[in-house]
Design a protein around this ligand. Structure first.
Ligand SMILES: Nc1nc2c(ncn2[C@@H]2O[C@H](COP(=O)(O)OP(=O)(O)OP(=O)(O)O)[C@@H](O)[C@H]2O)c(=O)[nH]1
Ligand SMILES: [Mg+2]
Length: 379
């Protein structure tokens, strides 16, 4: 596979020259099964980083530079990854800091995971023996550890330990899928938003522990306060969006329409007959189940939706059967018990209905998610 190691630079002349030499002379010779290249993503660094790279390009034929306007780390990566895929035909791309805090000797270990079939591999400083510099001042250590914990907690995604780090490798498919959505967070938050989208879309992610070294020369580019606000803004909005408009949110909207349909039919039946409340509920539920099935199929679980007419009907049968188990035993049962013990004076039939539907809701979501529209593994 063609592997492009991308390193972003803003005034990193001395560092990136060292990094290139280590990659070319020590790391790449050890990698026999991949075609290794380097791409420097420079933002017109005033220290002349790009010119230094151009000189080195005469010595190393697998080295390239992509220069653009300074718009932040994320913007530089999106620009360089686009270049790597379009102009260099990259299959796999590394992200590695230019200041040697990311040990290039770890690269073969990351590639092993790609060879095993993972789509994205994340260097982790917070698990399995990974670490942050012992010499960091205490406030930076706390900021780093706490920052990651906050991200994991707000996103409710605990299987990945290092969200903010920048030592990674990914297949081009991951980038191409997410590229259009990577425009809002152009700074360091890009790392978190990119990974979150890849996880959302079911890409296979592995972690490799590494020791984050200390910057020896050059200045840090990070502006902590701007980064914290940007990061919090992203994780909070992403989390709300995912929870509200994700599967569960849609499920609630569909359930809501089903609830209204059922309530109207239920009201009609008990208003025009003396049928027991449980039976009236069971009958009124059938139309709601039909509507719920179609809306869920077209919208909530559309990624797992039935692909042909036969499977549409088979799934519908399954949906009617499982839904009716809940409607009969839980919803109608509770309503009927209500009528037996407390009668059917207004507004009692509606009180039973609302309470019983609440219990049913919890049952239904588990059934739909885990039985009918079970997630298919990512291809
Ligand atoms: N092209 C480009 N590179 C950037 C930009 N901001 C940061 N970088 C690079 O991204 C990498 C990480 O930035 P650093 O300043 O080292 O951030 P850090 O490692 O969290 O901070 P330190 O520990 O102080 O080094 C370095 O290679 C920087 O040169 C940017 O706006 N454009
Ligand atoms: Mg650094």
């Amino acid at each position: 596979m063609k592997v492009v190691v991308i390193t972003p630079t803003y005034n990193e002349k001395g560092n990136v020259e060292k990094l290139i030499n280590i990659l070319e002379e020590e790391v790449f010779p050890k990698i026999k099964n991949h075609d290794m290249h380097i791409l420097v993503a420079d933002d017109n660094s005033p220290d002349g980083t790009a010119d230094a790279i151009k000189k080195l390009m005469q010595k190393w034929k697998n080295l390239d530079v992509n220069v653009g306007e300074k718009q932040g780390l994320g913007a530089a990566y999106v620009r360089a990854m686009t270049y790597a895929v379009d102009k260099m035909n990259a299959d796999v791309m590394f992200q590695i800091d230019a200041d040697l805090q990311h040990d290039p000797a770890k690269i073969p270990q990351f590639l092993e995971k790609i060879d095993q079939g993972y789509d994205m591999v994340i260097g982790t400083r917070y698990s399995d023996g990974g670490s942050i510099p012992a010499g960091w001042p205490i406030q930076r250590k706390i900021f780093s550890i706490l920052g990651n914990l906050v991200v994991r907690t707000i996103l409710l995604k605990f299987s990945i330990h290092d969200w903010t780090g920048g030592f990674r490798v990914l297949r081009k498919e991951v980038f191409l899928k997410e590229k259009n959505e990577l425009t809002s967070f152009k700074g360091y938050t890009f790392q978190v938003s990119f990974l979150n989208k890849a996880v959302r879309d079911g890409f296979k992610v592995a972690e490799v522990p590494f020791h984050f070294g200390e910057r020896s020369i050059g200045d840090s580019k990070i502006a902590p306060m701007a980064y914290i606000t940007d990061l919090l803004k992203y994780v909070i909005t992403a989390s709300i969006k995912e929870k509200l408009f994700g599967t569960f949110g849609k499920f609630l909207v569909v359930g809501g329409t089903g609830f209204i349909i059922q309530l109207i039919v239920y009201k009609f039946i008990i208003g025009s007959s003396n049928l027991p409340l449980g039976l009236a509920n069971l009958l009124s539920a059938q139309l709601a189940i039909f509507s719920n099935y179609n809306l869920n199929n077209l919208w909530t679980f559309k990624h797992e939706k039935s692909s042909n007419l036969a499977s549409y009907f088979v799934k519908m049968l399954g949906f009617f059967a499982t839904s009716n188990v809940g409607v009969l035993i839980i919803q109608s049962g509770l309503i009927q018990l209500g009528e037996i013990f407390f009668g059917r004076n207004y507004p009692l039939p509606y009180v039973y209905f609302v309470l019983a539907t609440g219990v049913l809701l919890i049952y239904n979501f588990s059934m739909y998610r885990f039985v009918i529209w079970r997630k298919k593994p990512h291809q």
